[in-house]
Design a protein around this ligand. Structure first.
Ligand code: GAL
Length: 481
């Protein structure tokens, strides 16, 4: 679709940026916080790049005022962050740790005082270790009640101050990495267990949304989904079918549940054939159908290009967590699809395709299929950055990436997609889970390395000023830049 002229961004468009508790806060055992599964997992040798962990991270817990001042200087309209469940409830349930809750209370007030809207994520992968030990975390249905109780504490405390709520961050990632690929805690590799844990997460998500409504909480709520649209490598019908398999398996399998409360038929049938389908108990479907979100949160980084994969074809392949280009292995799901290099797309040093048009395609697909407004909850470029002797960071590659993706959003708006906002990943540099600190995403450089925290000083990158200008102009000049 080509347009003679692009529609402007809405006046109240949320130009924002994002982070997650474990990746920025540090203070992992301070002020009554209990351990989360990540606090334990990172101590197992060989799980992360150079054995990095989030014990200190970028020390946002102690420096949040400095970070919020930088956000205000940039002109951010929204800041998305997550709450660490085990700061609020050290073992995941029971007594509230008031000091932990107070940290978020103060952060929210600080943001509001600077005219920045808080976008609160209830869960960004750090389930309390207490719940993992008690009943296996997401593998037990007890998680539904405990997650709902935890969510209700936050709804009640922050009602009226927070207007955008995100339930689960990238359920598709934490479930597949945690229970199938064993890259994330609890490090399990078992499909049957994975689909069961996933079904419980679906129920917990819907139950929290229902609680939100029951309590009459103000604002909007929705999940954050890691969506990469799937392409076929070419027009061979077998490859088209592979791309359809991939889209249903990787995306609709989650988003259909969020919006319609039902799994896609062909994929569910395929799971039954493998003996992996989750058990759906009486009442589940009603609960899922009722817990419909107000918006779809989308974390977009890349697209996937697919080809036919026979039943004895390629399966899981290793991920590139070192930043050495070309080290990720071929992967797929035997009998469904395999992922191919797209000859039209460049990749980052971590082998992630760069595809702004893919974002527009994804937004269009979601808007047509689900008829919901969309909030981009993450999008950004993870790259090496270098600090010059003058303490500057010339990250024109990031400016280029963000400009092209912002333009894709404007094009999607012009196509008719309802967009609430754009939260880039990330505001400051932070711990990239398995990838250490060298894979940087921020507008603000944090001077630390894998095994040297240094003084954790903050420096504004060139992209900081580019986004500042873009926000000021409400994205009016993306085409001419
Ligand atoms: C997402 C995740 C973020 C961040 C990002 C970039 O999958 O939600 O926490 O790590 O990837 O790597």
């Amino acid at each position: 679709m080509e347009h003679k002229r692009l529609s402007p961004f809405p006046k109240d468009f949320l130009w924002g940026s994002a982070s997650a508790a474990y990746q920025v806060e540090g203070a992992w055992d301070k002020d009554g916080k209990g351990p989360s599964v990540w606090d334990e997992f990172v101590r197992i040798p060989g799980t992360t790049f150079k054995e990095t962990n989030g014990d200190v991270a970028v020390d946002h817990y102690h420096r949040y005022k400095e970070d919020v001042a930088l956000m205000a200087e940039q002109g951010l309209k929204a800041y998305r962050f997550s709450i660490a469940w085990s700061r609020v409830l050290p073992t995941g349930r029971g007594e509230i740790n008031e000091q932990g809750l107070q940290f978020y209370d103060d952060l929210i007030d600080e943001l509001i005082a600077h005219n920045i809207k808080p976008v609160v994520t209830l869960y960004h992968w750090d389930i309390p270790q207490g719940l993992q030990d008690a009943y296996g975390g997401w593998e037990s249905r007890q998680i539904i009640e405990d997650f709902t109780t935890y969510a209700a504490i936050l709804f009640e405390r922050f009602n009226g101050r927070v207007h955008h709520w995100v339930t689960l961050n990238e359920q598709n990632v934490f479930i597949s990495h945690g229970y199938q690929l064993a890259y994330h805690p609890p490090g399990v590799s078992d499909e049957k267990r994975m689909y069961n844990a996933n079904h419980n997460a679906n129920l917990a998500n819907a139950s929290a949304i229902n609680k939100f409504r029951e309590l009459g909480t103000s604002g909007k709520i929705g999940p954050s989904f890691a969506y990469g649209p799937n392409y076929a490598i070419d027009a061979h019908p077998k490859n088209e079918l592979a791309a359809l398999n991939a889209e249903e398996f990787n995306a609709n399998f989650w988003m259909d549940i969020y919006v319609w409360g039902e799994y896609p038929k062909a994929i569910f049938h395929w799971l039954e054939e493998q003996g992996w389908a989750p058990e759906i108990l009486p009442g589940d479907t009603e609960l899922l159908k009722k817990g419909k979100p107000d918006f779809m949160g989308v974390n977009y980084y890349r697209t996937m290009t697919n080809a036919f994969n026979p039943i004895d074809g390629v399966g899981h392949g290793k991920m590139n967590t070192t930043g050495e280009k070309g080290t990720s292995e071929e992967k797929g799901v035997p009998g469904l699809f395999k992922i191919q290099d797209n000859p039209y797309l460049e990749k980052t040093n971590w082998d992630w395709e760069i595809d702004p048009t893919g974002l527009r395609i994804g937004l269009r697909r979601i808007a047509s299929r689900y008829r919901l407004p969309i909030l981009i909850t993450e999008n950004g470029l993870g790259e090496y950055d270098s600090l010059t002797d003058d303490k500057e960071i010339h990250d024109e590659y990031r400016i280029d990436y963000l400009r092209q993706h912002s333009l894709a959003i404007q094009e999607a708006i012009t196509d008719g997609v309802e967009m609430l906002g754009y939260c880039t990943w990330s505001f400051t540099d932070l711990l990239s889970w398995l990838n250490g600190y060298q894979k940087r995403y921020g507008f603000v450089y944090v001077d630390r390395e894998e095994n040297d925290e240094k003084e954790l000083k903050r420096y504004k990158k060139d992209s900081f000023y580019w986004y500042q200008k873009t926000i000021k102009e409400n994205g009016a000049n993306l085409v001419d830049e």
